[in-house]
Design a protein around this ligand. Structure first.
Ligand SMILES: [Zn+2]
Length: 177
């Protein structure tokens, strides 16, 4: 996985890019939570669930079906955001997690099409260093992960959100004139 910070960062950056009127802060934070959620499956390791299992790491929680179900549940049950737009935003946030995992260079592949297909997938292009899990994160390898994510995810995300912020501000100033 990329680090959980990067998984959470992208929905927040997307929320900032789209603006408060389209994505409320609450919805952006819910999106960030959904983008992190799939990696809770690491609790399977101490429970004795093997990496290869569909219930293990990068198994069912990393599928399109899981992303769709959890996004639909929140968009239906959370009254303030109940809308198709909120569902679409949450789904994209949730699905961003396995999609970024597809771009990492280690671990096992992602069961994107679970339960229909249990194949574990990777993309040919894997520019993101896989994040070491637990204490091993604080190592040279962990530093390399952070470096690759800063360059490939954070920098473009920040540039787009800052660009969108400036553009919205200019537009508001023009309409006020
Ligand atoms: Zn993951």
């Amino acid at each position: 996985m990329p680090t959980i910070f990067s998984h959470a960062f992208l929905p927040l950056a997307a929320g900032a890019t789209l603006g408060r009127s389209r994505v409320s802060p609450g919805l952006a934070f819910a999106g960030a939570a959904l983008a992190v959620l799939p990696d809770l499956d690491v609790i399977g390791f101490p429970l004795g669930i093997g990496y290869g299992s569909q219930w293990g790491h990068r198994g069912f929680t990393h599928s399109l079906v899981f992303a769709g179900a959890i996004a639909a549940a929140i968009a239906l049950l959370w009254r303030p955001v109940r809308s198709f737009g909120a569902f679409a935003f949450l789904f994209i946030c949730a699905v961003s997690h396995p999609l970024f995992d597809l771009l990492t260079d280690g671990g096992q592949g992602v069961m994107l099409f679970w339960p229909f297909d249990h194949q574990r997938l990777f993309l040919e292009w894997q520019p993101i260093r896989v994040s070491p899990i637990g204490a091993r994160f604080f190592s040279e390898r962990g530093l390399e992960t952070v470096r690759s994510e800063l360059l490939l995810l954070w920098l473009p995300g920040l540039l787009v959100s800052i660009g969108a912020f400036i553009w919205r501000r200019q537009r508001r100033l023009r309409t006020e004139l």
